[in-house]
Design a protein around this ligand. Structure first.
Ligand SMILES: [Zn+2]
Length: 243
């Protein structure tokens, strides 16, 4: 293999390490984002639950007030019963009193229902709040991990980028431009080995895409230090020593 292809392979080696570090960082950042989104959604759900609880409590207060005023009315009607003069008046007040009592009974069962709902809601809300708190703590822990990974990766990344610069310096502009374009497309996997399928036959494969390769491409690689790309995947081909 010629000097240029050797240099490109060395560059690829550095490139792949850089890509790997960036990928690891991106994966961690993504998981932080996902976790944070989960917490945000849970917090929104909590806010809705709090609103529902508030609405129930307002209804409960209204029923309580209604009950109080009806109870006061009932005492007043009872007093009236003692002061009416005629049977007709007595019957009218009594019927009012009975209606009011029936309403009170209905309201009392409504109040009980509301109280049961409020208590259940409060309990659920407390549990959900605790769960969200735990999830939020997980976000904080993940953020800490990412920050730590970032600082430990940063030194390594700086060193690799310096190595990359040095490796690029030995290559001509055309080779470098091609390398960068393919790297962009294949996440650093720029180079593809040429594999001879059978030791006695002139049949070759591109190791990048596993498709067969014209024999003249492989033969050219054996004799020249040239930029030859795979017709199918576009990677730069190289022939390992001893092929
Ligand atoms: Zn290929």
């Amino acid at each position: 293999m010629g000097v240029m292809l050797e240099a490109l392979l060395a560059l690829q080696d550095i490139e792949l390490q850089i890509v790997d570090i960036r990928r690891q960082l991106a994966t961690r950042q993504r998981s932080v984002k996902q976790q944070a989104a989960k917490v945000r959604a849970a917090e929104e759900a909590l806010a809705t639950e709090r609103e529902e609880l508030k609405r129930l409590q307002i209804q409960m207060d209204e029923v309580d007030m209604d009950l109080k005023s009806r109870s006061a009315h009932i005492s007043k009607l009872r007093d009236n019963l003692n002061t009416v003069r005629t049977n007709k008046e007595y019957a009218a007040v009594l019927s009012q009193l009975n209606n009011e009592k029936a309403d009170v009974t209905r309201l009392e069962s409504r109040a009980f229902e509301l109280l049961t709902s409020v208590e259940a809601k409060k309990k659920a809300l407390a549990e959900h709040q605790q769960a969200v708190q735990l999830e939020a703590q997980r976000v904080a822990a993940l953020e800490g991990q990412v920050a730590q990974a970032q600082s430990s990766f940063m030194d390594r990344l700086t060193a690799l980028e310096r190595q990359r610069e040095a490796a690029c310096a030995g290559l001509d502009g055309k080779a470098l431009e091609l390398f960068n374009r393919i790297s962009e497309r294949y996440d650093g996997e720029v180079m593809a080995r040429v594999i001879q399928v059978h030791p006695r036959r002139q049949e070759f494969l591109c190791d990048g895409c596993n498709l067969s390769l014209a024999a003249e491409r492989a033969n050219a690689l054996m004799t020249r230090d040239e930029l030859i790309t795979c017709d199918n995947c576009g990677r730069i081909l190289h022939m390992p020593k001893g092929t």
